[in-house]
Design a protein around this ligand. Structure first.
Ligand SMILES: [Zn+2]
Length: 253
């Protein structure tokens, strides 16, 4: 039997002094760790339990789990010779979904969509904390924050946790109508400042406003151009309908 095999097989019978000596002089004999998780055992070479846990944790990623919210996994490493064990809980937060057009989400709390208390929409008591639901004004996705969340598997309290829900018909409708009212407010600000515009009315739905009267001698093409540059996110065009001279319509693209 080689010395290394003897050490491995008789570790528990060695004196503390002998163990300490071996740790200092032959660390390579003690660097094999079994990595233990439910239904999964791997072996990692590492100089310490912490290092073995680091390597083991790196083999996990959030996309391995098909569920919402934060995932907690308890992982354990055990030294093959000394049987030293360390446990770590790894926390894998749900990644934030992409917004539209490369924008950053703009999380809002509209009472009309989220309900709850008028002065604090989208917030409800939950466990020992609160559950806060918000909606993105660009894409309609929801973000839910539990301030005092529990682990799904153990029930242990784990602090704040965030999860996301896809946009639905209600949130898409809210996004569209808040974009329309934002454009309506912008359009009004621009229209009142334009001398060439003498009259306008608000539109409905995606139509923000309709210019119904121009100052004497004002050129419609010039007005359209000025509106386009003042409202870069809007679609500005000539709408003929029943009037031969046409009306300038401002709407969401
Ligand atoms: Zn968004």
């Amino acid at each position: 039997m080689s010395i290394s095999t003897a050490i491995r097989e008789n570790w528990d019978d060695l004196s503390a002094t002998a163990q300490k000596h071996i740790r200092a002089t032959r660390p390579a004999l003690l660097n094999r760790w079994d990595c233990i998780d439910v239904g999964k055992v791997d072996t990692i070479t590492a100089d310490s339990a912490e290092e073995a846990l680091d390597s083991f944790a790196d083999t996990y990623s959030r996309d391995m789990y098909d569920c919402s919210g934060t995932v907690y996994v308890d992982i354990r490493v055990r030294n093959q010779v000394t049987h030293e064990e360390e446990i770590r809980t790894i926390t894998l937060a749900e990644p934030e979904p992409e917004c539209v057009d490369g924008q950053a989400h703009d999380w809002q709390s509209p009472y009309s969509l989220l309900g709850g208390l008028k002065e604090n929409p989208g917030v409800w008591g939950s466990g020992g904390g609160v559950r806060i639901k918000k909606v993105c004004a660009h894409c309609g996705a929801y973000r839910i924050t539990e301030t005092c969340a529990q682990r799904h598997d153990t029930g242990e309290y784990v602090g704040a946790e965030t999860s996301y829900e896809l946009p639905d018909d209600d949130s898409r409708e809210w996004v569209q109508s808040s974009r329309a009212s934002a454009l309506r407010a912008d359009a009004e600000r621009v229209l009142v400042s334009m001398d060439a515009v003498t009259e306008y009315v608000y539109g409905t739905g995606e139509v923000a406003a309709i210019v119904t009267g121009l100052a004497e001698g004002a050129d419609r093409e010039d007005v359209i151009e000025a509106l386009e540059s003042a409202l870069p996110d809007a679609r500005v065009y000539l709408y003929h309908g029943t009037r031969a001279d046409g009306l300038i319509q401002i709407e969401l693209p």
